[in-house]
Design a protein around this ligand. Structure first.
Ligand SMILES: C[S@@+](CC[C@H](N)C(=O)[O-])C[C@H]1O[C@@H](n2cnc3c(N)ncnc32)[C@H](O)[C@@H]1O
Length: 266
């Protein structure tokens, strides 16, 4: 079922916060698409299209495709419609989404990590069932739960007056490459999996906080009061300053591993 993009619910994603690092966040979409083995797909769906940055990458390679973006965030869809007014965007949840016709390419950049561990590949396989033979499902997810940025987020959550509130907050670990292969191979003629580590040069440690405020930190900050949020961010920043040394130009290098999966329907 789709809803409108007219209002911003509490705890919705913020397109503006997300787009502070637009180029860095879009590079994996370009790298994923470069490996998609389709020359001229007729229908392409950008699952979790966010503010339309990944949709624009798809449009560049496949200008004549019927290209649709879907996302559960009204704020993201509002922004996507402004960025690409000639394209179709809908507010929908992946958990209940089904396409209206056959889809040659399902593309999803940085979305499936937000679904529960048990839901992710049930959804991928359900969507692949609707695809013609030779159709492609391509997805990319951050593989950074063991990076200091995320370890320290969890450490900060456990140590402070907010510990009880944040007790059960966190993201499910992603399936390993072999688990992914074993889940998708029965329905695919080919499954390509690769991992890339980006090293983002950010202005300072505050920029790491700004980066994760748009994504991984959201579930931790959403339940906190403004005062608790301020305290949490102060403690988190202190930890980041110890974990990430400054580079020779006074900046900070943020290592960012990501996992890519491309399955071709049998
Ligand atoms: C990190 S952003 C990725 C945006 C864009 N694809 C890109 O390449 O930068 C993750 C997006 O997934 C969306 N999302 C998260 N869970 C979703 C769900 N269950 N159904 C649809 N979209 C979802 C969020 O609203 C958000 O816009």
């Amino acid at each position: 079922m789709s809803t409108t993009a007219g209002s911003k619910p509490a705890h919705d994603w913020s397109a503006a916060q997300y787009l502070k690092f637009e180029d860095e966040r879009t590079q994996p979409a370009r790298d994923l698409l470069a490996r998609v083995p389709l020359q001229a797909p007729k229908t392409v769906i950008d699952l979790g299209c966010g503010p339309g940055n990944s949709t624009a990458v798809l449009e560049c390679r496949y200008p004549s495709a019927h290209l649709v973006g879907m996302d559960s965030s009204p704020d993201m869809i509002r922004k996507a419609k402004k960025a690409l007014p000639h394209r179709e965007f809908t507010v929908e949840d992946l958990k209940s989404y089904s396409p209206q016709g056959p889809v040659d390419l399902f593309f999803s950049n940085a979305v499936f990590q937000w679904l529960g561990r048990d839901e992710r590949f049930t959804i991928v396989k359900k969507l692949m069932e609707t695809q013609p033979s030779g159709g492609v499902f391509a997805l990319q997810v951050p593989d950074n739960l063991m990076e200091p940025s995320h370890v320290l987020m969890r450490e900060t959550a456990r140590n402070g007056p907010w510990a009880a509130t944040l007790e059960n907050i966190g993201r499910d670990t992603f399936q390993t490459p072999q688990e992914i292969y074993d889940l998708l191979k029965p329905v695919s003629s080919r499954v390509d999996i690769f991992r890339t580590s980006y090293y983002h040069s950010l202005e300072n440690h505050e920029a790491i906080v700004e980066w994760v405020k748009g994504t991984g930190l959201r579930p931790y900050l959403d339940p906190l009061s403004p005062q608790e949020t301020e305290g949490f961010l102060r403690e988190y920043l202190k930890r980041l300053e110890k974990a990430y040394p400054s580079t020779c130009d006074g900046r900070v290098l943020l290592p960012y591993p990501r996992l890519f999966v491309i399955a071709v329907k049998k």
